[in-house]
Write a protein that binds this ligand. Structure first.
Ligand code: NAD
Ligand code: TYD
Length: 358
């Protein structure tokens, strides 16, 4: 079996759902259930004996040590993190605790477990650390996309904490020989995405007739990947990646934020026009509102994904056009999930992040 962490969140839950449709190998899913963790994401696995959910913190070394000894996984995939840049600006401490200190404690527990394995088991074991392209910092418009050898230049408390965790993971390979793999992926979108992030926020706000808040001039560029493609890349790296190596994962799909918001509006105009929600306008584009920029806002991210294609044969299956359509349809079909997520604590976050933006 494998142990995954943070798999009640957006990417981790998609990973576990996909894994269990494609494999008989069981998954132990360790998650702290922060505001971003949601057991509704895993509702279809309720009676699946191959999914073992454990409520806990990656920083609790005694708990992870116990789980590792009890279940003896052949691999650990670490998704657990605080993941939202704006929240890291309002309060960086949780990011330091989970992303740096938590990853350190997890690595220590894994190292102790791994040290006690037989030589064959040791060689087969993998610790896969899921990271982000944001550790590389911001690109100018005409600079080449990030390769795996790009210097780390994180600019937000979020990306700095992820960068620190990447360095710890690297050190555990170099110093102790732990067979680690690190993946640095671009921005994901798709089902179960918490509506604090750009794409789900725009979908949820549009359908409710609320403003679509675009930071600054909306010309910041991100490289978007459908979440199921990220999951297939992680499976591929876990299976065939070389220990100690880093793999950048991306969708070859750079778009400015304002273009993303336009595309989302146009698809919703088609799939669920404003009139069907009794909204007094003909296109969701009329809800677009430019608001105060994010401090230290990175201008552009872009991933050079040639290494994973060349060495492991992975390529994304979705184009942005197919992926965004599936995503919009998923939100329309899953209003109950959306309504459960828009709880009290979500409303407090929206107030904190948007009321002071003019
Ligand atoms: P998310 O915020 O949706 O989910 C994070 C999950 O981790 C939640 O279920 C939360 O409860 C859990 N968690 C938080 N602290 C924990 C702790 N101390 N112990 C155990 N569980 C804890 O995040 P996501 O978007 O699914 O991202 C998953 C991983 O992928 C993160 O490491 C993130 O940095 C990375 N990543 C995300 C993106 C993206 O676009 N979302 C892109 C590249 C990389
Ligand atoms: P986000 O989804 O938070 O991901 P990240 O900051 O990790 O890239 O934001 C994506 C882009 O969208 C980023 O440039 C900030 C911008 N953005 C807005 O313009 N308005 C919003 O309300 C949000 C949440 C993000």
């Amino acid at each position: 079996m494998i142990l995954t962490t943070g798999s009640a969140g957006f990417i981790g839950s998609n990973f576990v759902l996909d894994w269990l449709t494609q494999s008989d190998e069981a998954v132990i899913n360790l998650d702290k259930l922060t505001y971003a963790g949601n057991l509704d994401n895993l509702a279809t696995l309720k009676s699946n004996p191959n999914h073992i959910f454990v409520h806990g913190d990656i920083g609790d070394a005694a708990l992870t040590a116990k789980l590792l000894t009890q279940y003896r996984p052949r691999a650990v995939v670490n998704f657990a993190a605080e993941s939202h840049v704006d929240r890291s600006i309002h309060g960086p401490e949780d990011f330091i605790q989970t992303n740096i200190v938590g990853t350190f404690h997890l690595l220590e527990a894994v190292r102790a477990y791994w040290s006690g394995l037989t030589n064959t088991e040791k060689a087969a074991f993998r610790f896969l650390h899921v990271s982000t392209d944001e550790v590389y910092g911001s690109l100018d418009r005409d600079e080449p996309a990030f390769t795996e050898t790009r210097r780390y230049e994180p600019n937000s408390p979020y990306s700095a904490s992820k960068a620190a965790s990447d360095h710890l993971v690297r050190a555990y390979h170099h110093t102790y020989g732990l067979p680690v793999l690190t993946t640095n992926c671009s921005n994901n979108y798709g089902p179960y995405h918490f509506p604090e992030k750009l794409i789900p926020l725009m979908i949820v706000n549009a359908l409710a007739g609320k403003n679509l808040p675009v930071y600054g001039d909306g010309q910041q560029i991100r490289d978007w990947l459908y979440v199921k493609d990220h999951c297939s890349a992680i499976r591929c790296v876990l299976q065939n990646g070389k220990p100690g190596e880093v793999y950048n994962i991306g969708g070859w799909n750079e778009k400015a934020n304002l273009d993303i918001v336009h595309i989302v509006c146009d698809i919703l105009d088609e799939l669920s026009p404003p009139a069907t929600h009794h909204l007094p306008f003909s296109t969701y584009r009329s809800l677009i509102t430019f608001v105060t920029d994010r401090p230290g806002h990175d201008r552009r991210y872009a991933i050079d994904a040639r290494k994973i294609e060349r060495e492991l044969g992975w390529k994304p299956a979705e184009t942005f056009e197919t992926g965004i359509r599936k995503t919009a349809q998923w939100y329309l079909d899953n209003q109950a999930w959306v309504n459960n997520v828009l709880s009290g604590s979500y409303r407090q976050w929206v107030e904190k992040n948007y009321t002071e933006r003019t």
